[in-house]
Structures are given as C-alpha cells and as structure tokens.
Design a binder for this molecule. Structure first.
Ligand code: ZN
Length: 170
C-alpha cells in the first residue's frame, strides 16, 4: 500500500535505520491508537515550524537569539566552539562552563566536499573581532581526525586576532 510504503521510506531516510527496521517501525505505529500517531505527527510539525538556527551562535532554538546568547549570567568573554548543536548539551551537563557557544554545523572534511565555506566560520570570526570583548575561544570539536584538523585550522585563524585559544580535552 502506498501510504505504508511512503511512511517506511521516510523512516528509512533516518540515520541507522535500514529498510527492515523502517518497516518494523511503520507496522508498530499502525498497531497504536490513531491519537498516538497524530501526536507524533504534531511533534514533528512543531519542530519543523518552530526550530531554527540562532543568528548569533548557530544553536538550534525556538527564539532567536537563543537562550544562551540572551542570558546575562553567561560570560560573553568566552566562546566554546562545537561541531553540532547537540554537543552543547554534553558540555552543559558538566555544569562547569558559563560562557557562550558557537556551532560550526559540521567539521572540515575535504573528501565530503566540506570546506571552511560550508561551516559557520565567518560568523565565528566576526564575533571574535567585533563581539564585545571576547578574550578566549575554547575549541571543543570532536577528537576525531577531522575534528582535530578543524581545531588546528581555527586556531591558526583566531590566534592572530589576539585571543587566547584553548583545546577542550575530552
Ligand atoms: Zn545563540
């Protein structure tokens, strides 16, 4: 049936979901009460309509600027650079960081065609240059080969601006 195939195809586009799992999820949902399926559909609609990128830091947010950028208790002199918005939660859980964030939306990966222009690097440099007294940039990209390469690249760009650059050990 087309409707069942359509839904299974959508699930199969998600990371880590093969065709078999996609069909299992689809048939699981078909056994649930219609109201439960509609609730899932509504939750998807709400994130599609309301979530966007913060125009300052690139974090995913319902309100722009995001709650980090507008929080007067966060220290604006420190910016922690992460690959994805989802990385922020892990750092926040430590409870030890009180500065601001900048989300690159990826990491340098020449083989995948991802160069500096594909990442939020220009906006990071803009913040460091004119961002009201940034003193330190903490590079918290992942400890993968590409994450390290991205950190080295950023360090070379930011250090000449007279800002302290540190690498977050994870
Ligand atoms: Zn923000």
């Amino acid at each position: 049936m087309a409707a069942i195939d359509d839904l299974a195809s959508e699930f199969a586009r998600l990371p880590g979901i093969g065709r078999k799992t996609a069909l299992r999820l689809t048939y699981y949902l078909l056994k649930r009460p219609p109201e439960e399926i509609r609730r899932l559909a509504r939750a998807l609609e709400v994130v599609a309509d309301r979530i966007r990128s913060c125009s300052r830091c690139g974090n995913l947010t319902e309100s722009d600027p995001c709650s980090f950028c507008t929080n007067p208790r966060r220290d604006p002199s420190v910016i922690c650079v992460v690959e994805e918005a989802s990385d922020i939660a892990a750092i926040e859980r430590t409870g030890e960081y009180h500065g601001l964030y900048h989300v690159l939306s990826g990491r340098l990966s020449p083989l995948d065609g991802i160069g500096p222009a594909e990442l939020n690097i220009a906006s990071l440099l803009e913040r460091v240059r004119n961002g009201g007294g940034v003193r330190e940039v903490i590079l918290a990209t992942n400890p993968s080969v590409e994450g390290e390469a991205t950190a080295v690249y950023l360090q070379k760009l930011i250090q000449p601006l007279g800002v302290r650059v540190t690498r977050l050990a994870r």
